[in-house]
Design a protein around this ligand. Sequence first.
Ligand code: DX5
Ligand code: ZN
Length: 222
Amino acid sequence: MAPDVRINPSILAADFVNMQAELARIATADFVHVDVMDNHFVPNLTFGPQMVERIQATSPVPLDVHLMIDDPDRWAPGYAEIGAASVTFHLEAANEPVALARRLRAIGARAGVAVKPMTPVEQLFDIIDDFDQILVMTVEPGFGGQSFMPETMPKLRRLHDEARRRGSQVWLQVDGGIAASTIAQAAESGADTFVAGSAVFGASDPAQAIAALRADASAHMH
Ligand code: DX5
Ligand code: ZN
């Protein structure tokens, strides 16, 4: 059986004033990854709920919202209410991650938690079952087009092994510098959900780039 691979292009790498056309270019993706940044948790600013609501209304694929914001306890449920399929907040920013995950699920979204490259994954072990996906950042969050950090792979593998040991169905996502040259090692280390910004939107044929990433990841998953 072919392994379940998800390729989620990040619209951070899209042309923001042609969003509708850009979304149409990734109709073969599994989800569209939407990076919300508040200029506080990260030193960059993107868009808020109004824009995400318009993307939700326009996108041919479901939304995978990645919140790089302070105080997700206050703001994350609003993105679930808009209809995002998944809402991922940062562990470093949340006051009550488990309570927040339960609220997201109650609204009907998949609950996700993200960790920055230097944040240990061990603190997630006892709360894996409260999440539908865990995002291991493979760059420092804030900007697209950065280089993949291979030093994050051992902790991804530890998380993968622990999730397996517990019989968890949680999706393991990687984000940052994912491209033809790096996706195999992320898949080998246990990722099954791959965010790619520049590698997809920078390609002349995004559908072809998505297909190539998907094939490469499938060949290296276990
Ligand atoms: C970075 C964002 C990523 C970014 C990835 O903070 O979370 O989703 O768009 O971009 P690439 O794939 O270009 O590294
Ligand atoms: Zn992201």
